[in-house]
Design a protein. Structure first.
Length: 233
């Protein structure tokens, strides 16, 4: 084994953690590279564009890149507008972290706004901007949200590192964003119970959410709340 790699792995595995409570969403430089960690109570949101691989094989790469950029840029602007701190871009997916007493409501509000942008802004503009836009304007996406405790640490090497969130909330939110069908936004019961009524019900008292049961990767049936609603910015 390469001596540098061997010593690096040993250092990582034997170092004692220096974990402190995080009051705000940390930036990379806020977390010590060797053994630092921030324990946070946060809401995680992942927004994921559907069908980008299919677009890449059926459209010119420049057109696919424009659509992905438009989605990521739009989602990022909305997430920041509602207090989300963006901490990850991964191809056609963006992740934001919300903290504070109204973190679940802010995350859900931003999800409904992203849904509005996809249907009311991105789809019409794609359709109008290409002569064959009718063939691929109906893009879809998935948003997953969960809330809870997470440990934020730093991964990588010096001058080339990023933050990693470890915990059920970030993992669950990422998984839920992969559900892309006629209900674009999927949240956990913890989020549903914590968010305020203005993002749960319409003015006439009817629910914006459909309670459903789905099996997770372990085969366990779990309760989720799903919505196809949108709410303009």
């Amino acid at each position: 084994m390469h001596p540098t790699i061997e010593s690096s792995v040993s250092d990582i595995l034997t170092a004692d953690w220096a974990i402190t409570d995080g009051r705000v969403v940390p930036k990379t430089e806020d977390v010590v590279m060797k053994n630092g960690g921030k324990l946070v109570d946060a809401t995680y949101l992942y927004a994921d564009l559907a069908g980008s691989s299919k677009m890449a094989t059926s459209l010119k790469k420049e057109a696919t890149a424009k659509i992905i950029r438009a989605y990521i840029s739009t989602a990022a602007r909305i997430l920041r507008n509602y207090g989300g701190e963006i901490r990850s871009f991964d191809g056609d997916r963006v992740m934001a972290i919300f903290m504070g007493g109204d973190k679940e409501t802010k995350a859900v509000r931003s999800a409904l706004a992203i849904n509005w942008a996809v249907f009311e802004v991105l789809r019409p503009k794609i359709k109008a901007n290409w002569s064959d836009g009718e063939k691929f304007f109906a893009i879809n996406h998935g948003i997953g949200i969960d809330t809870g405790e997470a440990l934020i640490v730093r991964g990588g090497v010096r001058d080339n590192s990023d933050l990693i969130s470890i915990g059920e909330a970030p993992n669950k939110a990422a998984k839920l964003s992969e559900i892309r069908d006629s209900y674009q936004v999927t949240i956990t019961p913890a989020v549903f119970e914590a968010m305020t009524s203005d993002v749960a019900y319409m003015e006439d008292g009817s629910s914006l959410w459909r309670k459903t049961h789905m099996r997770n990767d372990s085969g366990v049936q779990e309760t989720l709340f799903r919505s196809a609603a949108w709410w303009g910015v």
